[in-house]
Write a new protein. Structure first.
Length: 168
């Protein structure tokens, strides 16, 4: 659950990521005392397929919610479609993307420089950074990927998606 008191809807683009998150969520529930953990407030874990295919998934969510995307889809068109459908379905939600410097999208385009810069500035490796420049860099990386793909093959695993679709 986010520290702002809102319920969390955690969204992943790849099935393998969702399975890992579900496993972590189960471990978290085991550690929390049941009096401190309100199951009705989530976090809810969903795959982007649910957002793209469902017409009424928002009916299950009645509280204020923060929607947390765990990764960007490698191609910007699908990323935009997912984002717009999410925003339309839950218009008052706060939408946040979290992406690791170890994410395949970031590794492809030299996230090591960002990591080095963070170290030089004395930042913690787990500290979130937000900047329009980073968002632009991610979008530009997605566009470069799209240019090199003539036919997209769908995979449940992000690493497999890059290995089979992207020939950089």
């Amino acid at each position: 659950m986010p520290d702002n008191g809102k319920a969390a809807l955690i969204v992943s683009s790849f099935e393998n990521t969702l399975k890992n998150l579900q496993s972590l969520n189960q471990e978290f529930k085991k550690m929390e005392s049941m009096s401190d953990f309100d199951k009705s407030r989530g976090p809810w874990l969903v795959n982007t397929k649910l957002i793209l295919e469902a017409t009424s998934f928002q009916q299950a969510i009645t509280d204020e919610v923060q929607i947390i995307f765990t990764e960007h889809y490698p191609m910007p068109e699908k990323d935009s479609e997912i984002l717009s459908k999410t925003a339309a379905a839950i218009p008052n939600a706060e939408i946040v993307f979290y992406i690791s410097l170890d994410d395949p999208l970031m590794r492809l385009f030299n996230s090591g420089k960002i990591g080095d810069m963070m170290k030089n500035m004395g930042m913690d490796e787990n500290e979130a950074i937000e900047h329009r420049m980073i968002s632009s860099a991610i979008f530009n990386a997605q566009k470069k990927i799209t240019k090199k793909i003539s036919f997209e093959q769908h995979y449940d695993d992000e690493e497999a998606w890059y290995r089979m679709n992207y020939r950089g």
